[in-house]
Design a protein around this ligand. Structure first.
Ligand SMILES: Nc1ncnc2c1ncn2[C@@H]1O[C@H](COP(=O)(O)OP(=O)(O)OP(=O)(O)O)[C@@H](O)[C@H]1O
Ligand SMILES: [Mg+2]
Length: 248
């Protein structure tokens, strides 16, 4: 069962102290929302968890293995996968080819037929098999997000971090993305969703983490966190500004 233990992470960019001792634990297939104002450090935290950047201090353990000094490739092999705020598919490759890439790069499957079969089963799971020969650049914003999820699923991660999975997604497709997030979670994977869209976060997550300029100021059931005075003051006060900034 997945177990992520994050202890006392600090990250500085020059004089900017972006993470100020962040600690939390994920035990098993939880569905967690991570919220906080623009610039709170959510993506920085994700970049540390997936190995893209190193913390100044603190540790991250996944299933008992220390991962905070590993490269992204090795973190992915250890069982943690993430999507990006701005999707990073190979735009001039087909949907199917996009799914081949992580599995072939990791050398996970013994041969290309196995990679193909796995990719087809992931596409069927996401009801995207009819799009398999489309170029990624032809997909809508929501379909791109699903393609990223599919690429993650090719590596069977235990813990998945979705950085803004609803940003730029047509409202009709959002319900579909909710559906697949829940299904992936039901299959036993822990999922952390980063979003500014409170309705989505509240309807999906059973636990909320609130990051406020480097400090984790709340961690608990959404209903409790919503009523937390520090959260109301720190986060909801800044939300108006965030909504203006994103045009939401
Ligand atoms: N590589 C970097 N170098 C310098 N500063 C950085 C770097 N990456 C992030 N920052 C700064 O760290 C702070 C936190 O940024 P981060 O992207 O983690 O916030 P966020 O919570 O993901 O915000 P948003 O909701 O807007 O996506 C910001 O002030 C940002 O400008
Ligand atoms: Mg971000």
């Amino acid at each position: 069962m997945s177990n992520l233990v994050v202890t006392n992470l600090h990250k500085r960019f020059g004089g900017l102290h972006v993470l100020k001792g962040v600690s939390f634990t994920i035990d098993g297939p939880e569905l967690i929302g991570l919220i906080g104002p623009n610039g709170a450090g959510k993506t920085t935290l994700t970049n540390i968890l997936d190995g893209a950047i190193k913390p100044n201090s603190g540790t991250v353990y996944l299933n008992g293995e220390r991962i905070d000094q590993l490269q992204p490739y090795d973190v992915a092999a250890a069982g943690l996968g993430r999507t990006f705020q701005v999707t990073r598919s190979f735009r001039r490759m087909t949907v199917l080819e996009n799914l081949y890439v992580p599995a072939l790069a990791m050398g996970r499957e013994a041969n290309r037929n196995e990679v193909h079969d796995k990719a087809m089963s992931v596409l069927e799971f996401l009801t995207m098999d009819h799009l398999r020969n489309e170029f990624a650049q032809a997909l809508s914003g929501g379909q791109q997000k699903l393609l990223e999820l599919g690429r993650l699923l090719m590596l069977d991660p235990d813990v998945i971090i979705l950085d803004e999975p609803f940003a730029g997604v047509h409202p009709k497709l959002m319900e579909i993305i909710y559906h697949y997030i829940r299904r992936v979670n039901d299959e036993g994977k822990a999922i952390v969703i980063i979003s500014h869209q409170m309705d989505s976060i509240f309807s999906l997550s059973r636990r909320l983490l609130v990051l406020n300029y480097g400090d984790l100021i709340a961690d608990g059931p959404p209903e409790e966190v919503k009523r937390d005075a520090a959260v109301i003051e720190a986060y909801l006060g800044a939300e108006e500004g965030a909504e203006q900034a994103t045009g939401a």
